[in-house]
Structures are given as structure tokens and as C-alpha cells.
Design a protein around this ligand. Structure first.
Ligand SMILES: [Zn+2]
Length: 294
């Protein structure tokens, strides 16, 4: 990633539409409900997303979400995201997503992807994947991730996926209480953990875990900064100013909208650059990359 050319690094964007595979019809009702909830319309392809970010000189981390086990929806493949990152290495990093229910097969996939040397982290979605992050089932995967010094992002808080559907589409919010990540951060003290989103209705839990465990970061994606809970902004201006990361959750929120709302959301000028770029360099270990380049 050409860090010096970028105005910001967005650590949370989604690969929604494959350029290779037909969309899976099983995703249809969830997509429809989510676009009503988030008021989005047509979803961009991976290529369109990258072009948009390049135009704005914003670096991006992109991932798919593997919820094949619980939701029965075929994911956009990790390999496609990785190929896109390889072809757009100036601007894009790939995270992989593997449902921990896949057990040994999932660990094999993770190892294969890591050995290709392109992925820079992993993304988990406890609500869509239907697991508590501190479930021992996921630990072999974490051991592999921690062993390679890669970060792991976990969705936290409410989820737009399933919102308003009958029975919430069968998805359970309880899995995404960030307090479950406290165990993971204690058991894997050298693995960087990124709690994604303001964690409403558990914002204070997220702040507490982050304050207590130095390997924990918070990404500010999924909400316009206009609506951030006041304590989140207060901690971002104070004790957690080196632990907060810019993320949009694109395509659910555009980076343009996030960045323009961020300006007037009460963040002190001296933390802007930390949140927009410098903290991501540390969390994603892009400084390791810089070392190699020098
Ligand atoms: Zn997301």
C-alpha cells in the first residue's frame, strides 16, 4: 500500500458483488431487508469499489463474510478478494473470512490463504456466523492467526442483517456483545483484535475492553459519526485516541459521507490524523511493510 499517497485508510469495506460468480439467490431476502434498513440501493462490484477508493486516494481493507454454515448463503470467495488486493496493491488490503464452524477444514483454508502471503487479517461476524467469539471452537483458527501476527476484526453490536425480518432472519444479536472479546483478548494477548462499529447497545462494554486490553482497537464503521454515542467520542479524544480506526462499512455507508460527517462530530483536530490513518498503520502493521521497503 502506498501509504504516503493516501489521505486515509478505511479498515472496513465489504466485498458484496462478485465479478466471477452469480449472486446466490439465498441471500436475496437478507439483501432486500438490509437495503431497506440502510437505505442503500444497487450494490457495487469489487472492481467498482476499488475504483471509487482510488479516485479519492483512500486505502481500503476489504473482506467477504463467510456465513455459509449458519445462513446457508454462498460467500464471495476469499480468493477473489485476494486476487483483487494483489492486482491493486497500491490501495487495497484483503482480509479473509472463514466461519469457525468449518473446523479443521476452515483452518486448512486459512493456512493456505496465509501462505499465499497476500491477506493481512481476518474478519468474523458472530451474529451472521452464529458463534460466541470466546467459543473454544474458534481457537484453532485464532492460534493460526495469532501465530502469523495478523489482526482479527469482529463485528459487534446491533446488526442490520436480518433487521425487520421475521424472527430477525433467525440471527441472534447476543453473539455480538463485545464483552465476549475480552476472553479472546486475554487468551491471545498478542493478537490484534479490532472491535467493529460503535457497539450499540453495548458501547460501554467495548470501551472497557479496549481500555483494559492493549491489543484491542475499535473501528468506527457502520454509523455516520453524527450519531456516535458521546462516550465513544470522548474516549477517542482521550485515553483511546491511539486505538480508534476509520472504517465506513462501505457500501452501507460511503467513505465520502463518513469523512464529511466526521469533521463535525466533536473529534479534536489532533486526533483526526490518528483515526484516519496513523492508527491503522499500527493496527495493520503497515509499518512492517514500510520497514521492508526501506
Ligand atoms: Zn461490516
Amino acid at each position: 500500500m502506498n501509504i504516503d499517497d493516501l489521505i486515509a485508510i478505511d479498515v472496513h469495506t465489504h466485498a458484496e458483488v462478485s465479478c466471477r460468480d452469480e449472486p446466490d439467490a439465498a441471500w436475496g431476502p437478507f439483501e432486500q431487508a438490509a437495503s431497506t434498513y440502510f437505505k442503500t440501493d444497487k450494490l457495487p462490484t469489487i472492481g467498482e469499489t476499488i475504483a471509487r477508493y482510488r479516485e479519492q486516494r483512500i486505502g481500503l481493507v476489504m473482506f467477504t463474510v463467510d456465513s455459509e454454515f449458519q445462513m446457508g448463503v454462498r460467500r464471495v470467495s476469499n480468493d477473489e478478494v485476494i486476487d483483487a488486493a494483489r492486482d491493486n496493491a497500491d490501495i487495497m488490503l484483503a482480509f479473509a473470512s472463514i466461519d469457525p464452524h468449518k473446523g479443521a477444514m476452515g483452518v486448512r483454508e486459512a493456512r493456505r490463504l496465509i501462505e499465499q502471503g497476500v491477506i493481512r487479517g481476518f474478519k468474523f461476524h458472530p451474529t451472521c456466523q452464529g458463534f460466541f467469539p470466546n467459543d473454544r471452537m474458534a481457537y484453532p483458527l485464532y492460534e493460526l492467526i495469532a501465530g502469523h501476527k495478523l489482526p482479527a476484526t469482529f463485528h459487534s453490536g446491533h446488526s442490520g442483517i436480518g433487521s425487520g425480518m421475521r424472527g430477525g432472519g433467525g440471527l441472534r444479536l447476543k453473539y455480538s456483545n463485545p464483552m465476549h472479546l475480552d476472553d479472546v483478548a486475554a487468551d491471545f494477548p498478542d493478537m490484534t483484535i479490532i472491535i467493529a462499529h460503535p457497539s450499540w447497545p453495548w458501547q460501554d462494554e467495548a470501551l472497557s475492553v479496549c481500555l483494559h486490553k492493549p491489543n484491542v482497537y475499535i473501528d468506527l464503521s457502520g454509523w455516520s459519526p453524527k450519531y456516535f454515542p458521546p462516550q465513544l467520542v470522548r474516549y477517542a479524544n482521550g485515553p483511546l485516541k491511539q486505538r480508534m480506526l476509520f472504517g465506513s462499512d462501505y457500501p452501507l455507508i460511503t467513505p465520502e459521507r463518513w469523512l464529511s460527517d466526521f469533521k463535525d462530530a466533536g473529534f479534536k483536530p489532533e486526533v483526526h490524523d490518528l483515526i484516519l490513518k496513523r492508527n491503522a498503520i499500527t493496527a495493520l502493521q503497515l509499518d512492517r511493510q514500510l520497514d521492508r521497503r526501506d
